[in-house]
Design a protein around this ligand. Structure first.
Ligand code: G3H
Ligand code: 13P
Ligand code: ZN
Length: 326
C-alpha cells in the first residue's frame, strides 16, 4: 500500500540501522517541539553528513499541532534538499507511542517509523499491542520500535519510579512474536536531567553492558535502541544555574559510555534533555545580560546556533554518525 512518508521524502529506519550496525555507530534520534529545534537538528546533521531520526513525542504533537507538524516535516525535507552540502536520510519517528490509535494516526500522516511503548504492560499484553502496531505499520513499510524493560523517569504520560532492567531471556521471544524492527532496552539509563542519585564530584554508576552483551548474544545483529541517553552537559547546567536557574545534581550518561554503546548493537540513541538544556541556558543568559531585549529572534536565534554546535559534537564525537553519508 502507498506509504505517505515516501511521498514526503522520509525514509524508514531499516537501511539506516543496517549501515549503523555494520559501521559500528549509532544514528541520532533527536526530539523536537518547535521550529528552531528542527532547524538546528537538520542543519547539524546535514553539515556533519549524518543520517537523522526526527523524533516527535505525543506531547510534542499536541504542543505543535499534528497538521502543522506534518507540513514542518515536508518543509524540513525541502529545506535540506536546497542546502549546499546535499541531503541526508531523514526518518520521522513517533517517540513513545502509547496506543494503537496514536501509532496508526502517525502512520496515516506521514511518519516513517513509530515506537509502540508497551514496556509498562504485562509481557503478553506488550506482545499483543506491539504486534497489532507492527501488522498495521508493515503494510506501509513503516518500521516499528518496541520496548522491553522499564526506564525510570518521566516521559510524557509514561512515568516510572524505578527502572526494571530488560530480561535478556525474553528478547528473542518478543522479537519473534511481535515482528518489531528494533528494540529499546533498559540497562540503567533514564529520562530527564536527573538520571543518577550522586553527590557533586561522585562518579555515576556504569550502564549494565553485561545485559546489553547478553541481549546481543541472544538476538545477534538485531538493532537495539537506547533511550534516556542525554549526557546532561554540565557546561549548560552551570550556565542555567549561573543565570538564575536551579538545577541541582543534574547528571546524565557520560559520553564514553555512549561511545562504547554506539560501537555495539545499539543503532539508535535518543537525546532530548541535552537540547532542552542548551536552549534554556542560552535564553537565560541573554535575558540576564540584555534585559531590554524583547525580539524572540534575538534569543531563539543564538539558542539555535548553540544547538547546532551541540548536535554536531554528538554526531562527531559521541555517536560516530558524522561522515557516514557520501
Ligand atoms: O522520552 C521522552 C522525551 O524526552 C519526550 O519528552 O514527552 O516531554 O515531549 P516529552
Ligand atoms: P533524555 O531525557 O536522556 O534526553 O532521553 C530522551 C529519550 O529517551 C526520548 O525518547
Ligand atoms: Zn525515551
Amino acid at each position: 500500500m502507498n506509504a505517505i512518508y515516501k511521498e514526503l521524502g522520509f525514509v524508514n529506519t531499516r537501511e539506516m540501522f543496517k549501515k549503523a550496525m555494520e559501521g559500528g555507530y549509532a544514528v541520532p534520534a533527536y526530539n523536537f517541539n518547535n521550529m528552531e529545534q528542527l532547524q538546528a537538528i537538520l542543519t547539524a546533521c546535514v553539515q556533519s553528513r549524518s543520517p537523522v531520526i526526527l523524533q516527535i513525542s505525543k506531547g510534542a504533537r499536541n504542543y505543535a499541532n499534528a497538521d502543522l507538524l506534518r507540513w514542518m516535516g515536508r518543509g524540513a525535507i525541502e529545506m535540506i534538499r536546497k542546502m549546499k552540502e546535499g541531503p541526508v536520510p531523514v526518518a520521522l519517528h513517533l517517540d513513545h507511542g502509547d496506543s494503537f490509535e496514536l501509532c496508526k494516526d502517525c502512520i496515516d500522516n506521514g511518519f516513517s517509523s513509530v515506537m509502540i511503548d508497551g514496556s509498562h504492560l504485562p509481557y503478553e499484553k506488550n506482545i499483543e499491542l506491539t504486534k497489532q502496531v507492527v501488522d498495521y505499520a508493515h503494510q506501509f513499510d513503516v518500521t516499528v520500535e518496541g520496548e522491553l524493560g522499564v526506564l525510570a523517569g518521566i516521559e510524557d504520560e509514561v512515568s516510572a519510579e524505578h527502572s526494571h532492567y530488560t530480561d535478556p531471556a525474553q528478547v528473542e521471544d518478543f522479537v519473534k512474536r511481535t515482528g518489531v524492527d528494533s528494540l529499546a532496552i533498559s540497562i540503567g539509563t533514564s529520562h530527564g536531567a536527573y538520571k543518577f542519585k550522586v553527590k557533586p564530584g561522585e562518579e555515576v554508576p556504569p550502564l549494565r553492558f553485561d545485559i546489553l552483551e547478553e541481549v546481543e548474544r541472544r538476538i545477534p545483529g538485531f538493532p537495539i535502541v537506547l533511550h534516556g541517553a542525554s549526557s546532561v552537559l554540565q557546561e549548560y547546567v552551570e550556565m542555567i544555574n549561573k543565570y538564575g536557574g536551579k538545577m541541582e545534581n543534574a547528571v546524565g550518561v557520560p559520553a564514553e559510555q555512549l561511545r562504547k554503546a554506539a560501537k555495539s548493537a545499539v543503532c539508535k540513541i535518543n537525546i532530548d534533555s541535552d537540547g532542552r538544556l542548551v536552549m534554556t541556558a542560552i535564553i537565560r543568559k541573554i535575558f540576564v545580560e540584555k534585559p531590554t531585549e524583547f525580539d524572540p529572534r534575538k534569543y531563539l536565534g543564538p539558542a539555535r546556533e548553540e544547538l547546532i554546535k551541540m548536535y554536531k559534537n554528538k554526531n562527531e564525537n559521541v555517536l560516530g554518525s558524522a561522515g557516514r553519508i557520501a
